[in-house]
Design a protein around this ligand. Structure first.
Ligand SMILES: *[C@@H]1O[C@H](CO)[C@@H](O)[C@H](O)[C@H]1NC(C)=O
Ligand SMILES: *[C@@H]1O[C@H](CO)[C@@H](O)[C@H](O)[C@H]1NC(C)=O
Ligand SMILES: *[C@@H]1O[C@H](CO)[C@@H](O)[C@H](O)[C@H]1NC(C)=O
Ligand SMILES: *[C@@H]1O[C@H](CO)[C@@H](O)[C@H](O)[C@H]1NC(C)=O
Ligand SMILES: *[C@@H]1O[C@H](CO)[C@@H](O)[C@H](O)[C@H]1NC(C)=O
Ligand SMILES: *[C@@H]1O[C@H](CO)[C@@H](O)[C@H](O)[C@H]1NC(C)=O
Length: 409
């Protein structure tokens, strides 16, 4: 009797244990399948959004693999698929409104976005549908001045710009310690972007270039982007520059394969496999790019960190990053030459600086007309539209030559 009772008890306990276990298994199986369903659904939706976003808006961007989440600009990528497929980007800022772009705040800067990541994110999403010649906006050329302080040759540039309102925009990046502002009547009045300190030939230089590009992208009418320094001058009139840039789909980035120590010698194998020696290029810092390439440059998360980490002196990021990047992503859309003249013929770390006594019509004409270059498949006798480096003491002479040089009286 006792044994039987014990048996029954045992069986009952076993039965209930099995039931409990079975119940737990069923529950966990159910939970597991629900989870995987949600994951599959989520992935599918994400894929749909990303592919929609990238195919309609930024076809070039999907050439880049998704960046690691730790990288500083990663949320440009992690967000842009969603953002670009939403009718209204969910951020609220004055930059959203096109009418406010270019309206400076009271601190003498164009706006007060000082966080680079936020700036880049906005630059990528602000004009979702603008690609070259796709909208009814009159295309503009963005003139981006990367300068230490104020622009000593500004009066010459003002003559260059005069009468061409609506066809250009101006952006200035200058060291934060220079707080002086040009007069209210100047075209450079309150055209400063929120800027950060720049060390000569360090990656901070390219950071500043990217900051200028991102600011210029915020104006959806900007189609071409010229990087200039405070020592640059125009060599031809505005109309000539404008037509030259607007009527081509190529960019003007100096990019060549330099087998010498100044080229191959600066390559670092640690950039492999993303950047090989065969990809490695060198070129002038002073580039001119179109809107599509500008977007690629500011949203690049693959190559830029490699340059920041492994291109240290005597490797200079500003001489290698953009030339190598364009060679990797769209070599067919680059002329491989700069339109800004710089004289390196004397060697050394600095190019020739022209002072007052050097400046003559003869010098400028030699630079303007002394070379033949291919443009949209045809040979033209003009290559250079800008030139550097001109000392501030050349201003007076240049202004005197301006009527003959730039075609106005
Ligand atoms: C955006 O922010 C400003 C203040 O920063 C506010 O006045 C405005 O109503 C906001 N707009 C929207 C659409 O939330
Ligand atoms: C101007 O700068 C000051 C301090 O740098 C800051 O507190 C203020 O918000 C800025 N004003 C605007 C309109 O950005
Ligand atoms: C962008 O283009 C898409 C499809 O080409 C269109 O549906 C959408 O309305 C456009 N958005 C804007 C802001 O023009
Ligand atoms: C660039 O323009 C030329 C004509 O000037 C055209 O033949 C070529 O297909 C264009 N390339 C691209 C990628 O749009
Ligand atoms: C520029 O160089 C790349 C290789 O780096 C080449 O593919 C391209 O055709 C060159 N462009 C011109 C206009 O020569
Ligand atoms: C600009 O320069 C070109 C070439 O020298 C000339 O044909 C044209 O008339 C000039 N335009 C203006 C507005 O000065």
């Amino acid at each position: 009797m006792i044994k039987r009772f014990e048996m029954t008890g045992f069986v009952r306990e076993l039965y209930s244990r099995i039931r409990r276990k079975f119940h737990i298994t069923i529950t966990s199986l159910f939970l597991l399948s629900m989870t995987s369903f949600v994951v599959v659904l989520g992935t599918f939706t994400l894929k749909l959004l990303v592919s929609k976003g990238s195919s309609s808006c930024f076809p070039k961007l999907n050439r880049f693999a998704p960046p690691p989440m730790s990288s500083p600009y990663s949320y440009i990528f992690s967000n842009f698929g969603f953002r670009s497929s939403l009718p209204h980007p969910p951020f609220n800022s004055s930059l959203e409104s096109k009418t406010l772009i270019g309206a400076p705040d009271h601190n003498g800067t164009l706006h007060s976005v000082t966080d680079d990541r936020e700036l880049m994110r906005r630059a990528v999403v602000v004009c979702p549908n603008v690609t070259e010649s796709s909208e009814n906006l009159t295309p503009k050329v963005a003139f981006m001045f990367l300068s230490r302080g104020s622009l000593p040759l500004a009066p010459l540039w003002e003559k260059f710009f005069m009468g061409n309102e609506g066809l250009y925009s101006i952006y200035i990046h200058k060291s934060p310690e220079f707080v002086d502002e040009p007069s209210v009547t100047s075209m450079f009045y309150k055209r400063k972007i929120p800027s950060k300190p720049v060390q000569w030939r360090s990656a901070t230089m390219v950071d500043a270039e990217r900051r200028l590009l991102a600011n210029a992208l915020l104006d959806c009418a900007n189609e071409r982007f010229v990087l200039l320094s405070e020592a640059c001058i125009p060599l031809v009139n505005f109309t000539t520059v404008y037509n030259y840039l607007i009527h081509t789909n190529q960019s003007f980035i100096g990019s060549f394969d330099d087998p010498r120590p100044t080229g191959h010698g600066r390559y670092n194998k640690r950039m492999l496999p993303k950047v090989s020696l065969a990809d490695w290029r060198r070129g002038s810092q002073w580039f001119e790019v179109n809107r599509k390439l500008t977007l690629n440059i500011i949203s690049d998360e693959i190559y830029y960190p490699l340059f920041r980490n492994y291109c240290n002196p005597p490797c200079y990021v500003d001489e290698h990053y953009v030339p190598t990047l364009v060679n990797k992503i769209s070599p067919e859309l680059n002329t491989n030459r700069s339109i800004t003249w710089v004289d390196w013929s004397k060697g050394g770390p600095h190019p020739t600086q022209y002072v007052r006594k050097d400046v003559s019509m003869e010098l400028l004409n030699r630079i303007r007309q002394g070379f033949d270059c291919s443009y949209n498949g045809q040979t033209r006798s003009i290559c250079f539209h800008f030139a550097r480096k001109f000392h501030p003491n050349t201003l007076e002479t240049l202004l005197r030559m301006a009527p003959a040089l730039l075609g106005f009286n």
